[in-house]
Ligand binder design. Structure first.
Ligand code: ATP
Ligand code: MG
Length: 255
């Protein structure tokens, strides 16, 4: 079971942003994606989630071609993502922000509108409990009714990840979740990512912090100017000469 971009190419105007890129995000595994600024990492995310369509190649979920499916249909199929710049309603409470995650995937059905108010209340109470558990797990705030906007940038990133996990995705795509996050929060984030993979979620992790990605990933790939220059074990990718030159400024990092 996997989410795949197969041989995808994308150009904006005359600018080639992705050239024949393939990536496989397997259920239960963490796939790390690194590359310098402008390498095409977010564009690859957008291609997997349906924000942009590849001019060549396809996107598949568990073998099914979803290249033509819009964003909301892909969410229903179990793809959830976070954004490089958190997109949250800062006036909403932390609790509401996380609960929105549950509803984003499992929209109340027509049938649900016929169930009794008592049943619906019980259902909402269960979701609230789950949301509160996530808020505690991520140590977001001691007060779930606090405005999201009162959280630090690091906590906002964690809140976005918690919301994405709340949608109970099969595939979780994280675009630089650790940027601006302090060491304590980074540990929480790492634990949450590992937990998700342990629950059979396929994780795609984009990060500039190569050490963080290498430590977490089962499999890594490196993009440079829209092309995959290395793929394999974290150790192999981090030590690949092209990656070292393009991304790490010529310095080797141990992994
Ligand atoms: N909608 C768009 N229209 C035109 N050009 C775009 C568009 N989206 C991205 N680009 C260009 O595509 C290239 C790749 O951008 P992308 O955001 O995918 O890179 P990235 O690897 O995520 O970079 P960063 O590490 O800075 O987030 C850049 O040159 C960017 O300017
Ligand atoms: Mg990006």
């Amino acid at each position: 079971m996997s989410l795949d971009a197969i041989d995808t190419s994308i150009a904006f105007g005359g600018l080639k942003v992705l050239t024949n890129v393939s990536v496989q995000v397997e259920r239960g595994r963490i796939t790390g994606l690194v590359g310098p600024n402008g390498a095409g990492k977010t564009t690859l995310f957008n291609c997997l989630t349906g924000v942009v369509r590849p001019q060549q190649g396809s996107v598949r979920i568990d073998g099914r071609d979803i290249s033509a499916l819009p964003l909301d249909k892909r969410i229903q199929l179990g793809i959830s993502r976070t954004f490089q710049t958190p997109r949250l309603d800062l006036d909403a409470s932390v609790l509401d922000a996380v609960m929105l995650g549950f509803y984003s995937r499992h929209k109340p059905s027509l049938a649900a509108s016929f169930v009794s108010t008592a049943t619906r209340r019980r259902h909402d109470a269960q979701l609230r409990e789950k949301a509160e558990a996530l808020i505690e797990q991520f140590q977001l705030t001691p007060n779930p009714h606090q405005r999201s906007g009162a959280l630090s940038l690091g906590r906002l990133r964690l809140l976005e990840v918690a919301r994405a996990i709340a949608s109970e995705p099969q595939y979780l795509l994280l675009d630089e979740p650790a940027a601006g996050v302090d060491e304590n929060d980074r540990q929480l984030l790492a634990r949450a990512i590992r937990n998700a993979a342990a629950r059979n979620v396929g994780v795609l992790l984009v990060e500039h912090n190569v050490g963080f990605v290498a430590e977490l990933s089962d499999h890594m790939l490196a993009l440079v100017r829209g092309e995959v220059v290395a793929a394999g074990s974290p150790h192999a990718v981090v030590n690949d000469p092209e990656v070292v030159t393009a991304y790490l400024g010529g310095q080797r990092v141990a992994a």
